[in-house]
Every structure is written in structure tokens, then in C-alpha cells.
Design a protein around this ligand. Sequence first.
Ligand code: 5GP
Length: 176
Amino acid sequence: MEAPIGEILISEEKIKEKVAQLGKEISRDYKGKIPILVNILKGGIIFLSDLVRELEILHEIDFMSVSSYDSQTESTGVVRILADLSINIEGKDVIIVEDIVDSGLTLDYIKHILLARHPKSLRICTLLDKRARREVEVPLDYVGFEIPDEFVIGYGLDYMQKYRNLPYVAVLRVNG
Ligand code: 5GP
């Protein structure tokens, strides 16, 4: 079966440049602090692993797994916590690291859960922002790219759990 890879929206080179830039910004903003980067599995792992290698400050990482999509391309509106953090974030500087913000429902949910644990600060970093699809307004502190309303794959983002390894972000090609 032919891979459903459509137009390449963001090249490997552009991603690399942007991740380096975000790493510099975060390093500057958190100078002298030790933020905890909370990664939302699974889509965000590639972004996180590249991002932390661009950081020039001490930091910790932790993971959370939630599900808002069930191997489909449409939101079910249901957000479930599949796995929780292992670190106590009370009094800590936390940065949520997301692959993509679409409706914003997932992030809004996670944000409220984390705020209830009283971190010292909470910011959000996302590689991709599908702004046109937003249903809940969630302020984003660090954004890599704003993208159009297309279902995308690659650089951690999947289609039916596959294609996360593509080094670029491409549009999912349907019907063929
Ligand atoms: P939201 O709750 O903002 O609608 O959705 C957030 C989650 O939906 C993302 O973390 C991601 O897992 C998934 N998602 C949203 N848009 C896309 C997309 O274009 N491609 C892929 N692969 N996943 C997406």
C-alpha cells in the first residue's frame, strides 16, 4: 500500500531551525531556573527530544499520556488521562510541551489539572498551532508554526499510530 503522505508543509530543515530558536528562547526566559518540561505522549516525543538538546539550562522532563482521538482524524471530545506525571510539580516552573494544538480541548484539560497542583508557573510550548480549529481559547507561550486546517503526520504525529518517524510534517493524503 502506498504511504498516505501528501504535501510537505514543514521541511526537516525548517523544523530544526525553529526548534533551535525555541530552545534559545526558553533558555533565556528560564535562566537560573530548573523548569520541568511536561511532554504529552506520544506525539510530542520527537519534538521534546530535539528541544531539550537545544536547551542551555538545567531542566527535568516528565510525561503524561492522554487520549482525545481514537486512531481517527476527528476529535471525540473525550479526553482521558492514560498515564500521569511521576514528579510532584508543586512550586515548580512547568512547561507543557505539545506536538499540536487543534481544538485546544486536550490542552485546556491538562492545563487545569496541572494548575490544581499549584506549580509556581505554567507555560505552554507547542510545535504546531492549528488556530482555525480552536474551540477553547488557550494562551500559547511558545509556538513553532501556525498551520492550516489539515490533518498532518510526521515528526511525532501519527496516522493510525504510524508515520511518526517522518523527519518533516506533511499533510495526510486521503483516498490513495
Ligand atoms: P485538540 O484537543 O487540541 O483538538 O487535539 C490535540 C491532539 O490531537 C494532539 O496532541 C494530537 O495528538 C491530535 N491531533 C490534532 N490534530 C492533529 C493532526 O493534524 N495530526 C495528528 N496526527 N494528530 C492531531
